[in-house]
Design a protein around this ligand. Structure first.
Ligand code: ADP
Ligand code: MG
Length: 238
């Protein structure tokens, strides 16, 4: 169970204000897709939620607890990045297990957690391979396995499919939707791809220049865009 409350959150880099007082409530178990053009502040927002970047103003709450100033380790959030670096000298099994070792999880428990997540992501047959022996899609599954193995409350994905070719992107999109349905985890998924947003989302937040233009279920975003920007970005016939 995890809700996320983003309350009047702002982010500035020096004089540059990249997020302008955002208010978003993410419901327990929903897959919120954050969509908008490059540079609008999507990655910045996600890294603040993960605790990898400071909040300039406002508050962040996970399950009602204020985590605005807490360490990333204490947030129980996992994130997958657009460019994910697997450890090249480790096997897939070691890559997935590493975070658990750092947390001093006992070996038997680690082994079981790695096998469970590998089964979930259909990479059991790849556990003894090195990253260099994997395809792009398989590497992305391993990156997700590494994030999910410790069963985080919240799962954040920042354009996880943007480095894959078109065919694989469609396949992985379906996988991620299934994963969300199976786990029922609260997820925020960032993309600049409208089709990905429409097919994956419980709700879509459309962003432009550090502001939310509209936040609603895909059907409403598509049929009743709040303004010209949303209409043209999502590609509604209006
Ligand atoms: P998106 O993920 O939507 O493409 P980002 O969140 O990466 O956008 O960036 C939003 C804006 O913040 C951009 O104008 C970017 O140049 C700026 N920005 C991001 N990170 C930094 C940083 N560390 N220092 C200065 N400006 C930054
Ligand atoms: Mg980004």
């Amino acid at each position: 169970m995890a809700t996320i409350d983003i309350k009047s959150v702002e982010k500035s880099f020096g004089a540059l204000k990249v997020l302008k007082s955002l208010d978003i409530h993410v419901q327990d178990g929903e897959l919120l897709v954050l969509v908008g053009p490059s540079g609008c502040g999507k990655s910045t927002l996600l890294s603040m939620i993960a605790g990898l970047s400071d909040v300039s103003k406002g508050n962040l709450l996970i399950d009602g607890d204020d985590v605005t100033r807490s360490h990333p380790r204490d947030r129980d959030i996992a994130m997958v990045f657009q460019t994910y670096a697997l450890y090249p000298t480790m096997t897939v099994r070691q890559n997935i297990s590493f975070g658990l070792e750092m947390r001093r999880v006992p070996k038997a428990e680690r082994t079981r957690a790695v096998e469970d997540v590998a089964a979930l992501l259909q990479i059991t047959h790849l556990l003894d391979r090195k990253p260099s022996q994997l395809s792009g899609g398989q590497r992305q599954r391993v990156a997700m396995g590494r994030a999910l193995v410790r069963d985080p409350k919240v799962f954040l994905l920042d354009e996880p499919l943007s480095n894959l070719d078109a065919k694989l992107r469609v396949e992985m999109r379906t996988e991620i939707k299934k994963l969300h349905e199976r786990l029922g985890k609260t997820m925020i998924y960032v993309t600049h791809d409208q089709i990905e947003a429409m097919t994956l989302a419980t709700r879509i937040a459309v962003m432009k220049d550090g502001e939310i233009q509209q936040l609603d279920v895909p059907r409403v975003i598509y049929d009743e865009p709040a303004n010209m920007f949303v209409a043209s970005f999502i590609g509604s016939p209006e």
